[in-house]
Design a protein around this ligand. Structure first.
Ligand code: ARE
Ligand code: CA
Length: 479
């Protein structure tokens, strides 16, 4: 199912990686609704094995389920349920990262965030319950050119559930339908590549319609976006999953990072999208970085741009949100040096809430990219141009480009050199606030302005020495 079920013009989600449910509820009410975010991808909600590594709990412990009870470091079932209600009330949808390819790694007896116990060596998880008959054999994934190995063996030693079993399917469905009844709008399906499309088809068909008590249209189906890493050249292809729902386009993440790192020229973005070998836009779930590849897990390697390269990162995000291709997700991170370290936590392992500074940025170790002006204002740009296509492409033949979105928005990029000239903005005559260098507050712009004449032309000035390599104006930011 490809419809995100977002409100009105809203059409971007943010991944609030490792945030607590109470904090997300606050964020929906105090920030996300006003900036036009349409939804939040939350970290896995079900109980996971506690992993202690030196002084911290790694972020990846949440990808080791031990039961389907809704209790994690992000909060309990009551807190989750309240969050979904509060976010839906202000038109911000919740998408859950669901992990049902596997259970925990094979590390003997394990204890969960809700007090459950698991015996990973004998594949016995009494709190579900699952027993050894519900799992595939002990083989490890060693050959990505062999689809059977990829789907029926263990990903990094994680006990591999057999979704071909009726009992396993029924148990997974009870978990997913519980979340739907609590008001979620859809799911990120973790490790979908490691499950058979035919099994997923049966599971998805058993999902309930979305809960009309939470404002969903009657008959609305959950949005599904499946994590399938396909950079080409392996046995499993994204193509096997697109008839079931949206699919992550990892080529997008790797290529946009490569281009905005400066390893390629912006002028070549003129046929960005399918022209670059990406899957059809209607299926593509896209992002500049995700929780894996921002820290060297997953795919994309050193091409991936993150908050650590702020200027280029903001340009790549702005391009993603200005361009019509795909369904978009913005990453929101915590600061890290150690790629395995978990979120900011106290000495008992409790996650520390983000603090909110006067200038809307975060403290306490949280990056909050989604609160950077250049990023949230481009979320607003994408909402303003929804339904238009790309027109009036301009390029200097090298590192400068510009284009319009119908008659609703105009954006210019420079990854080298200064732009200073009249350009076609496609906007109605008037004065517009550049939402990259500033905000429109009470009818005044705190950044640069662009004055557009009757012929749609306006003088565009974007210098190499500015903080940002983007200028963006749209119909909803007119003075
Ligand atoms: C951890 C430890 C392991 C240990 C294991 C079991 O790091 O050393 O063996 O526990 O005890 C995350 C982390 C893993 C972590 C796991 C469980 O990334 O390090 O293992 O949680 O705690 C493949 C998959 C893809 C997967 C990536 C990471 O195809 O589905 O690997 N991504 C998702 C999530 C991850 C999560 C899991 C799946 C597991 O987003 O956060 O893992 O739930 C090529 C291939 C790709 C392959 C990639 C990397 O590009 O094409 O398919 O991705 O290499 O191997
Ligand atoms: Ca599997």
């Amino acid at each position: 199912q490809y419809d995100t079920n977002m409100w009105g013009d809203r059409n971007t989600m943010v991944h609030l990686f490792e945030w607590k449910w109470n904090d997300i509820a606050d964020e929906c009410e105090r920030f996300l609704q006003y900036k036009g975010y349409g939804g939040v991808q939350v970290s896995p909600v079900n109980e996971n094995a506690i992993v202690t590594s030196g002084t911290y709990r790694p972020w990846w412990e949440r990808y080791q389920p031990i039961s389907y009870n809704l209790v994690t470091r992000s909060g309990n079932e009551q807190e989750f349920s309240n969050m979904v209600r509060r976010c839906n009330n202000v038109g911000v949808r919740i998408y859950v990262d669901v992990v049902f390819n596997h259970m925990t790694g094979n590390s003997g007896t394990v204890y969960g965030t809700g007090g459950s116990i698991g015996y990973s060596d004998s594949k016995y998880y009494p709190a579900v319950p699952y027993g050894s008959n519900d799992f595939n054999s002990d083989c490890g994934i060693t050959n990505y050119n062999d689809a059977i190995n990829v789907r029926n063996c263990e990903l990094v030693g994680l006990r591999d559930l057999n979704q071909g079993s009726t009992y396993v399917r029924t148990t997974i469905l009870a978990f997913l339908n519980k979340l739907i009844n609590l008001g979620v709008a859809g799911f990120r399906v973790d490790a979908a590549k490691h499950m058979w499309p035919g099994d997923l088809e049966v599971i998805y068909a058993g999902l309930n319609n979305l809960n009309t008590d939470h404002g969903f249209a009657s008959g609305a189906r959950p949005y599904i976006f499946q994590e399938v890493i396909d950079l080409g050249g392996e046995a499993v292809s994204f193509n096997e999953y697109t008839h079931l729902g949206a699919v992550t386009e990892f080529k997008y993440s790797a290529e946009i990072g490569r281009v905005f790192h400066g390893y390629d020229q912006l002028t070549w973005l003129s046929n960005w999208g399918e022209g670059w070998g990406f899957m059809a836009s209607e299926y593509a779930f896209i992002f500049v970085d995700n929780h894996d590849n921002q820290r060297g897990h997953g795919a994309g390697g050193s091409n991936i741009l993150t908050y650590k390269n702020a200027k280029q990162y903001k340009m790549a995000i702005a391009f993603m949100l200005a361009h019509p291709y795909g369904s978009t997700r913005v990453m929101s991170s915590f600061y890290f040096d150690d790629t395995e370290a978990g979120p900011p936590a106290d000495s008992n392992g409790n996650i520390i809430s983000p603090g909110i500074n006067a200038d809307e940025t975060c403290s306490n170790g949280w990056v909050c990219e989604h609160r950077w002006r250049q990023i949230y204002n481009m979320v607003g740009f994408k909402n303003a141009v929804k339904g238009t296509s790309l027109n009036d492409w301009w390029s200097n033949g090298a590192q400068q480009i510009a284009f319009c979105r119908g008659g609703s928005g105009f954006v210019a990029f420079s990854n080298g050199g200064t732009i200073a000239q009249n350009m076609q903005t496609c906007l109605p005559a008037g004065t517009y606030c550049d939402v990259i260098s500033g905000n429109l507050i009470n009818g005044a712009c705190t950044g640069k302005t662009v004055t557009v004449g009757d012929n749609g032309y306006g003088y565009i000035s974007l210098s190499d020495s500015e903080d940002d390599g983007v200028l963006a104006v749209h119909i909803n930011a007119r003075l």
